[in-house]
Each structure stands twice: as structure tokens, then as C-alpha cells.
Write a protein that binds this ligand. Structure first.
Ligand SMILES: Nc1ncnc2c1ncn2[C@@H]1O[C@H](COP(=O)(O)OP(=O)(O)OP(=O)(O)O)[C@@H](O)[C@H]1O
Ligand SMILES: [Mg+2]
Length: 326
């Protein structure tokens, strides 16, 4: 009898340990390459996690406001937005909109965030704005997803400083590998300076078309180079995924039988399973490029004055180790 009780207690302890450690997982959905499926992933992963009984907040940190519109909120009608939050004019809790049909809470945005990004570069503690804003509300959610812009600017940097992990959506094409290499360098830079616990949660193959030889080749290369970092779930090219945002709905509420809806549900299940299996190991997973990936020079990007971001000779954005003045 005593043995049975001890066993039960042990199981309960494990359950609560798992539960506590998977709480408040803050994940930035990022890739400095444009149009790779960041927003589609943010919206549909958020909705799929919510449908699996997770409490989810999606933070729209891209001035395009696509995640806002795709979640069913008109970006022209916002009362408060993440722009106000980043400029410390309002608490994040006041910008959050609940009760949307998408099933998750949303911190929306619009084009005003572009001005905020410029203003941010002159403000103290500029890289930590989002991290600080999230502190008050992080315990209210199982998952906080952050949709980021297609560039490496102060907004993306805020997302990487606030996040515990990064999901990288990518298309299986040659230039995707190039962008991925740059992103890995960036994440490593953030880890060594502003956010030591940042880790890569996973690489997600998006808009995948198995009839395309190049897509299959690149997909195999990803598996070879990054192994278990690549999600088993992959997102097929599916017109329903492209249509759903125009109805302001995640695809599972637009066409739940579509291949897109099933793929994002499979991804959410994998993310949850991964969180459980990793819960007893708090060490950030190392980011290792097993082999050199093909890298070409990228066009020079402008760097905000005084930013920690710099463009290296090989065109990859890197971080200076010196911290900015507070
Ligand atoms: N799996 C898919 N199948 C078909 N269309 C898709 C798929 N994923 C995304 N799309 C479409 O591709 C376009 C780009 O996707 P999305 O906006 O999610 O990319 P993004 O990385 O967020 O872009 P940006 O860098 O501009 O923010 C959109 O029109 C979207 O509807
Ligand atoms: Mg986007």
C-alpha cells in the first residue's frame, strides 16, 4: 500500500514538474528572409496549440500587421498596439485582445510600429523592451508566440531577447539555406550577448512540394545537417492556408479537413511532445553547423546608429560584443 502511494506521489511530482517546466514557453517565429511562412506559422501554430487546450498569446511584432489581420482583427481599428507597448506607453496586458474566434489572445499591431522601431534605437534598454513587457503576463499563458518582421532590426532583436526559443520556418530552396546560416549566426550572437538561454526550438519546412526535386534535395540536406532540429511535421503548399487569412481565420476554422490544417495540428503536437521530453533538461541545445553550408554574399543592410548589430565582411549580420549604453 505504502509502495503504491509512493509511486503515485512520484508520478504526481513528475506530472507537476513537467507541467511547470512547459509553462510560459516564449517562442519567436523568425527568419530574416521574407515570405517563408512566418506569419502563417504563427497564426496556425497558435490556433492549433489553443485547440490542444493550451493558453496561447500571439504577439504581432511585424509592422505589416499580417498576424493581426489573419487573426481576425482590423489593424486600422486598434485601440492599443504593440507599438504603444514597445514605447512603454501602455502595459502589454492592456494591448491584448481576448475573445477572438481564432481561440488565442492577440497583441496586435499596425504600421505605427515602423515609427516605434526607429524611435526605439535612441531609447535606453531598447533591446529589452519586449522582454520586460512580457514579465507581467508570462505566467498567464502556456505559450507566447512572437511573429517577427523579415529583417534583422530592433524589433526582431527584441523578440530574440524576449524569447526562450526560436522556430525557423523555411522553404526548401537553395537561398533558404543561405538565410538559415545567417540566422544561426544571429542566434549565436544573441546567445553570447543578450540572451544566453535562447535556443533553436526547430526548423520547419514550409510550402513543401514533394514533386519538386530541389525541394526534396534541400529537405534531405536539412535532415543531414540539422538532424533532430528539423521538425518531422512539414507544411505542404496548400491553397487553403493562403485563403484563410482573408477571412481573418486560422486554417483549422476555415477548412479543418485541409492538408494545411492537419499539418499545423501535427506541428503543434510535436511542439508539445518536444516540450515534455525536454522538460527534465534545462540546458539550451547547442547550435552546431555540422558542415559548411553554401553561403553567398548578401546585399549590405543598413544598421541603426548605435546598434549592436553590424554587417560582417561576408555579409552576415553579427553582434558586437560590447553592450549598448543604458
Ligand atoms: N503552406 C503554404 N501554402 C500556400 N501558401 C502559403 C503557405 N504558407 C504561406 N503561404 C502564403 O505565402 C505568403 C507568405 O506567407 P507568410 O506571410 O506567412 O510569410 P512571412 O514569412 O510571414 O512573410 P513576411 O516575411 O512578409 O512577413 C502568404 O501569401 C501566405 O498566405
Ligand atoms: Mg509575416
Amino acid at each position: 500500500m505504502l509502495n503504491v502511494m509512493l509511486l503515485l506521489l512520484n508520478q504526481l511530482k513528475n506530472f507537476f514538474f513537467n507541467y511547470i517546466t512547459i509553462m510560459s514557453k516564449i517562442i519567436a517565429i523568425t527568419n530574416q528572409k521574407g515570405g517563408v511562412g512566418k506569419t502563417t506559422t504563427a497564426i496556425n501554430l497558435a490556433a492549433s496549440l489553443a485547440s490542444l487546450d493550451q493558453t496561447v498569446l500571439l504577439i504581432d511584432l511585424d509592422p505589416q500587421g499580417n498576424a493581426t489581420m489573419g487573426s481576425g482583427l482590423d489593424k486600422a481599428e486598434l485601440y492599443y498596439s504593440t507599438c504603444d507597448v514597445m514605447l512603454d506607453q501602455v502595459a502589454l496586458v492592456d494591448a491584448i485582445v481576448d475573445g477572438l474566434p481564432c481561440g488565442y489572445a492577440l497583441a496586435p499591431t499596425n504600421g505605427d510600429l515602423t515609427a516605434a522601431e526607429v524611435e526605439l534605437t535612441t531609447l535606453a534598454n531598447r533591446e529589452h523592451r519586449l522582454r520586460n513587457a512580457i514579465l507581467d503576463i508570462r505566467d498567464h499563458y502556456d505559450y507566447i508566440l512572437i511573429d517577427t518582421p523579415p529583417s534583422l532590426n530592433m524589433l526582431t532583436l527584441n523578440a530574440l531577447v524576449a524569447a526562450e526559443a526560436v522556430i525557423v520556418p523555411m522553404q526548401c530552396e537553395y537561398f533558404a539555406l543561405e538565410g538559415l546560416s545567417a540566422l544561426m549566426t544571429t542566434v549565436e550572437g544573441v546567445r553570447s550577448t543578450l540572451n544566453p538561454s535562447l535556443k533553436i526550438e526547430g526548423l520547419l519546412r514550409t510550402m513543401f512540394d514533394g514533386r519538386n526535386n530541389l525541394a526534396n534535395d534541400v529537405s534531405a540536406q536539412l535532415d543531414e545537417h540539422f538532424g533532430s532540429l528539423v521538425y518531422r511535421a512539414f507544411i505542404p503548399r496548400n491553397v487553403r492556408l493562403a485563403e484563410a487569412p482573408s477571412y481573418g481565420l486560422p486554417v483549422m476554422y476555415y477548412d479543418k479537413g485541409s492538408r494545411g490544417a492537419k499539418a499545423y495540428l501535427a506541428l503543434a503536437q510535436e511542439v508539445l511532445a518536444q516540450a515534455l521530453s525536454r522538460s527534465s533538461n534545462h540546458e539550451p541545445s547547442p547550435i552546431v553547423l555540422k558542415k559548411d553550408l553554401p553561403i553567398k554574399n548578401q546585399p549590405e543592410e543598413t544598421t541603426p546608429p548605435g546598434s549592436a548589430l553590424q554587417v560582417a565582411d561576408d555579409g552576415v549580420l553579427v553582434f558586437q560584443l560590447k553592450q549598448n549604453k543604458k
